[in-house]
Ligand binder design. Structure first.
Ligand code: 5GP
Ligand code: ZN
Length: 119
């Protein structure tokens, strides 16, 4: 049984609260977006719900609006970052998915040619 961090010891909850510094890119009532500390592309932004949700695997229909807002915010930020040639959005889920921080987040990657399949 995996133990999920709760808000008290979650690194992204601390970033949202401002107790760990971050380079803010966007914020609204539900979402906070900031630069990834270890960027994998010229633009690498993480969008997180302010509500602590450990992963996509534990979302339910009540989260539909929030998940939609995350995607829409990613598109808006991509426009602001002038990623007119395209970009990639990724949600890594669980250990097999490569998730390392168990607070749901959407990666927005751009500024270079992406490859497929991902590693
Ligand atoms: P995951 O591997 O869970 O999909 O993505 C976690 C991401 O969080 C990684 O890309 C990693 O570089 C980023 N990250 C981890 N710790 C921090 C941090 O303290 N600050 C920021 N800005 N990004 C972080
Ligand atoms: Zn959290």
């Amino acid at each position: 049984m995996m133990r999920y961090a709760d808000g008290m010891d979650c690194i992204f909850c601390k970033i949202i609260a401002g107790t760990i510094p971050s380079k803010k890119v966007y914020e609204d009532g539900q979402i906070y977006a900031f630069a990834d500390i270890d960027p994998k592309a010229p633009v690498h932004i993480l969008l997180v719900p302010k509500k602590h949700i450990p992963s996509l695997a534990v979302t339910d229909p009540a989260d539909a609006q929030l998940l939609g807002q995350l995607q829409l915010a990613a598109g808006k930020i991509a426009d602001e970052q002038q990623l007119s040639g395209g970009y990639r959005t990724v949600i890594n889920t669980g250990l097999d998915g490569g998730q390392t921080v168990f607070h749901l987040h959407l990666h927005l990657l751009g500024g270079r040619q992406m490859h497929w399949p991902p590693g």
